[in-house]
Design a protein around this ligand. Structure first.
Ligand SMILES: CC(C)(COP(=O)(O)OP(=O)(O)OC[C@H]1O[C@@H](n2cnc3c(N)ncnc32)[C@H](O)[C@@H]1OP(=O)(O)O)[C@@H](O)C(=O)NCCC(=O)NCCS
Length: 279
């Protein structure tokens, strides 16, 4: 299996992110590398608010601090370019479960965004007045995937996964994970939402689709799912509101038991490169 050794390059402090436009103008993406020389990180850190700098200072490991600073500063730069304002002047507000959105005067501009990072890569998804969620993951071996499939996949997703050729299962697993997480991130509740209340496709050879939300079919659920390849060895997914009524559709999802989601997050977020095997 391909690991996560991609080098996205440091880039100068003012470098523009790589921007990819998607589909019918519903949303677009920016991908940015999070590796940077210390002087670049220091320059980028000055774009952060006091609260963000305090948050950065609390990271235990320098690598995590650097990734947070670069990702947040690059997000500020991309939003600043769209808003025609200095990056330092962007204000963020946070939902109940921590989802950042534009705050203060910026909140009226209708720009919705979401962020995901994996290793030294960050992806930002933007839409105009549509709730949006993004997730990227590095393909890597994870211990106990069969247990995760048994416990967290819906019956339909289990059938889809077990029908895959075993060689396709690693990619199928991460397709599942990024698509599920992109959806719960679009809803804003993170993994407090139940993963059992909606089905997604996962086969590498098939289109990314939401198959069901509650008792609504994927076509009727009011959300669109797209997958993309952020870089070699990574997979990504975006879920975006198809129309304004999707807000009511989100109420079909019930809060999920915190202990189960916490355990799943712990297991999935552990970096098991070189330690695990697909079963
Ligand atoms: C949101 C969540 C799914 C992120 O998962 P992850 O795989 O760790 O990280 P990702 O890189 O994909 O996404 C992180 C980004 O999502 C955004 N985010 C944070 N909370 C979010 C939420 N509730 N909904 C959507 N996006 C959120 C942030 O921009 C964050 O990046 P930042 O911290 O640099 O600003 C996860 O943290 C979660 O479930 N949160 C829900 C609330 C919760 O359980 N809190 C526990 C408190 S300890």
């Amino acid at each position: 299996m391909q690991g996560c050794n991609a080098n996205f390059g440091p880039g100068p402090a003012q470098a523009a992110a790589v921007t990819l436009s998607f589909f019918d103008g519903t949303f677009d993406l920016a991908l940015v590398g999070l590796d940077a020389e210390p002087e670049v990180v220091r320059a980028l850190c000055r774009l952060l608010s006091e609260a963000e700098q305090e948050r950065a200072a609390k990271f235990r490991f320098a690598r995590d601090r650097r990734r947070f600073i670069v990702a947040r500063a690059r997000l500020r730069q991309v939003l600043a370019a769209r808003l025609g304002r200095p990056a330092q002047s962007i204000e963020f507000a946070y939902g109940e479960q921590g989802k950042p959105e534009l705050g203060s005067f910026c909140g009226h501009c209708g720009i919705c965004f979401n962020v995901s990072h994996a290793q030294d890569l960050a992806a930002f998804a933007f839409s105009s007045a549509r709730a949006i969620g993004i997730d990227i993951e590095c393909l890597r071996p994870i211990d106990g995937t069969e247990d995760i499939v048994t416990r967290f996949f819906t019956p339909r997703e289990k059938d889809l996964y077990r029908a895959l050729d075993p060689r396709q299962r690693p990619a199928g697993f991460f397709n599942w994970w990024t698509r599920k997480e992109a959806f719960v991130k679009a809803l804003g509740g993170g993994l407090a939402h139940s993963l059992a209340d909606f089905d997604v496709t996962l086969a590498p050879s098939e289109p990314a689709q939401i198959l069901r939300v509650g008792d609504a079919s994927g076509e009727q659920c009011g959300w669109m799912l797209r997958d993309f390849s952020p870089a070699p060895g990574f997979v990504g997914a975006v879920v975006v509101q198809a129309h304004a009524s999707a807000v009511s559709d989100s109420r079909r999802l019930q809060p999920h038991a915190r202990d189960a989601t916490a355990e799943m997050r712990r297991r999935l977020l552990i970096d098991t490169i070189g330690q695990g095997n697909w079963r």
